[in-house]
Design a protein around this ligand. Sequence first.
Ligand code: HAM
Length: 444
Amino acid sequence: MEKNGLEEELNKINKEPYKGVRDFYPEDMFVQNYIFDVMRKIVESFGYTEYSASILEPTSLYKAKSGQEIVNEQTYTFTDRGGREVTLRPEMTPTLARMVAKRKRDLVFPLRWYSIPNMFRYERPQKGRLREHWQLNVDIFGVKSIDADVEIISLAYILMKKFGAKDNDFEIRVNSRKILNSIFRNFLNLDEEEVKNLMKLIDRKEKIGKDDFEAELSIILGEKSDAFIKILKIKNILDFSSVLPKELVESEGVKDIQILINKLRDMGIKNVIFSPGLVRGFDYYTSTVFEIYDTNPNNNRAMFGGGRYDDLLDIFGEDKIPAIGFGMGDVTIRDFLETHKLLPNHKAKVCLYICTLTDEYISHANKIAIKLRENDLNVEVDLTSKKVSDQLSLANKKGIPFVVCVGENEVKTGKYKIKNMDTGEEKEIKFDQISNFISSIKTL
Ligand code: HAM
C-alpha cells in the first residue's frame, strides 16, 4: 500500500526542466560544443587564456556596481546555513574583477583572459532570453588606449565571421558613456536622479515601444525631448554637429568613438554603427559601450554586449586598472545560427562500428576494439545481438562512417571486410591496417 502511494507520488513529478533552463540532449550538446569550440579557437588565436570560478558569490559583490535592475529583480539570492547572503552569478565581470584584484601584484599586464561560464538571471523566459545561459567572457586588463577597444571589438567581429556570418547579417553598435554623460549633464542639464531615470528609460526603449517611450521621455525632459529624439536617431557621429553645440561635438568621448570607428574601418570592419541610444544596463561602464545585433528582424537581439570599465577595482579598495571586454551568450548565437542557416551538420564522433555475427563473437569484438582505441580511433561495439542487417542499420542511423563484422572467418584469418557506409564499398584488410585505412579516407 505504502509502495503504491510512493509510486503514485513519483509518477507525478514533472518531466520538464525548471522554468527557463534547458536540458541538453546529445544533439544539443553537439551544437553547444561546436559553439564553444569556435569561441575557444578564436579567443586563443588572439592570446587570451582561460580562467574559471564558482557559480556562487557573496551577494555584496553585485550590490556595489552591477546596476539596480539586475541586483534587485534578476538575481537568485539565498541565505546559506551560516547566515551568509549568497547569489548565483548573473554575470562574470564582478567575479573577474575580484580575481584580478586579489592577485594584482603577481599578474602580468596586459592580461588577456576568457571564460565560458553559465549564469542565472530571473527573467521572463522568451526567445533569446532564459534563466540560465552560458556566456563567453573576453576581457583585457591594463591597456588604457583605444587600441584595446579596437582589439576587443575586432575579436568579436572575427568570431561572428568564423561562425559563418556575412557582414550584412549583423551590426556592431557603439557608443560612449562619456558622450551620454555630457549630453545629460551639459546639454540637457539633468541632475543625478533624472540621469538615472533617463538611462533606465532608454534601456527599456525597445521593450515599451515608441509611443510610451516618447510619453515618458517628455515627462523627464519637457521641451528638450524633441531635440533628444533627434540625437537618438543619429547613425553617423559626424552628424552630431547638426544637433549638439560645438564644445560637445569636440569632446573627448566623441573624438574617441570617431577614432575607434575609423580604426575598425581601416581593418576592414565596416558594419560598425554609432548608436547614441545605446546605454547598457551596468553601472560599471566608464566609456566605450558596444553591442552586436542580428540584422534579421526575426532575431532582433543583442548577441554580444560589452564595454570599458576602468574603475571597477575601486570596489575592492584597489588602484584602478583600465579594462574592457564583452559577454556573448550561447542562446542568442544559437538563434542567430538557426536564423541564418549556419548550424553545423551533426557528425558522429565514432568512426567504426563493430558488428558481430552472433553474440559469441562479442568478446573478440571487444578485444580488437580496445587495440583500435589505443590508436585513437573511436570505436563502438554492437551489443544488441540482433540480425547483422539490423546492426548495420543502427550504425547507419548513428551516422557512423565505417563498419566491420566479426565472425568465425575473421577470428581465424585476422582479416576484416571494412564497409564504407557512405559509398557502400567493401574492402578486405588485415587487422593492423584498419586504423591507417580509416585515417587515410577521413583526411581525403
Ligand atoms: P550583458 O549584456 O548582460 O553583459 O550580457 C551579454 C550577452 O549575454 C547578451 O548580449 C546576451 O547575448 C547574453 N544574455 C544576457 N542575459 C541573457 C539571458 N537572460 N538569456 C540568454 N542570454 C543572455 C554582461 O553580462 C557583461 N558582464 C558583459 C561584459 C564582459 N562586459 C564587460 N566584460
